[in-house]
Every structure is written in C-alpha cells, then in structure tokens.
Ligand binder design. Sequence first.
Ligand code: NI
Length: 254
Amino acid sequence: MILQHSTWSEIEAYLGRSRGVMIPIGSTEQHGPNGPIGTDAICAEAVARSAAADADILVGPTLAVTTAQFNLRFPGTISLRSTTLMAVVTDYVRSLAAQGFARFYFLNGHGANIAPLLAAFHDLHGEHAATAPHGLRCRLRSWWEYPDANALRQSLYGEWEGIHATPSEIAIAHHAVPATQRPAPTARPEKLTAASLREMGGDRHFDADHHRARFPDGRIGSDPALVGPTDGARLLAAAAAGARADYAAFLAEA
Ligand code: NI
C-alpha cells in the first residue's frame, strides 16, 4: 500500500489495522560511470515496495534528497546539510505521529543517512517519552544489512563490492528502472585495502574537492562490470524478504 497512491480515508482505515509505516530513504548523488544519480533512492524504494507488495504494509514517500556534500563536485548531486535532513525526518515523523502512527521503519540506501537519522531518532524518542511513554519507535535498516542480501552480494562480488557505486546497488537500480541501464566501465577501479574501506564506512568522507580528486570516476573500490543479468532481481528479492521479516519483528516488539 503506497501512501501517495492512497486516499485519506484509506489511510484512516489502515490506522485501524496498523500503526506502522515503512519509509524509503536514499540520496541524489553520482554513482560512478554507469550508475544513475538516483541509485540509492531507487534501491530503497524498490526494496520497500517489493517488501510491501503482498503484505499489509504502508510505504511512505521516498526521501530522495539527503546528505551527500562530498559528491557535490560531480554534476547532478544535490545535498541537504545533516541538520536539514534531521529537521525533515523529524517533521515527517511528527506529521504522521500526530495522526496515530507510532512505528517508523526507515529503509535506507545511503551510508551518509545513518548518523543524522540516528541522531534525529534520539530526539524524537526523547520528546515522545514525555507524552507517550513507549508510544513511538523509529528504526533504520540499510537494505544490504539483511543477512541473505549481504551474503549474496559478498558471494557475487567479494572484494570488488567496494563501498560506493557498488555492483549490488547498480544491479538493483538497473533491474528496478531499466531505462537507467548503461554499459559497465571496462577498467577496474583502484584497489583499496579492507582497512581503508572500513574507515570510510557510513560515508565518512571529507570535502567535495578532495573527494573528486581522490575518486575521479566516482567509484570507491567497486567493479560494476561484475554484474550478471539476474543479479538485480536476486538481490532485490533477498533484500525485500529481509525487510519484510525485520519490519514484522519491529511491529511485534512491545
Ligand atoms: Ni549508493
């Protein structure tokens, strides 16, 4: 059930059955030589909608413009400041919480969203504790965290998964929106050590000039040429199954 495709009375009826909502959150930033700029938002939305397809799960509007200042030297990238993103998330949650929603499950496709969202959740949990103890819960999960999806991307791409413009996210985006398909680059990217990839996890990068000079074609240790024709469908199915199960567990918590 997609919020923007529903009427207000359908949402009111849904609230009689569930107080949960799943919210895709991605980014609008370069994704290397053959990944669409909307990759993160396309992936998060595809996983959420697939998870909700045969279940009574409401999917809220995708947050597609988030924090990505380190990619601003690549044309097309749009970035919110972290404090702006926190404010957007807070207002999104407050709007629906005032109508009776109480479980907010953010399905994430972009590492740099993690820190600001967790900070916003602390404030939201704190402000609601005063008026409705245990009445509001927020959770963030990135689609690649679900065990089956994570195992599959590791088995398909191993050390060439990298951490940005990854073969797994490009496989899902190209599968979900075929019009975004482009030929993969023929050259492998610079090989990065496991330690340096770990250090940059969650998009711990510096400024945009540094970032473009350091990663000239936009990839970070990833080789999208490894994507096979059925990878996108398999990764999407694995992530959607993981999301559906984790969302159900989230709603079932006391
Ligand atoms: Ni991405």
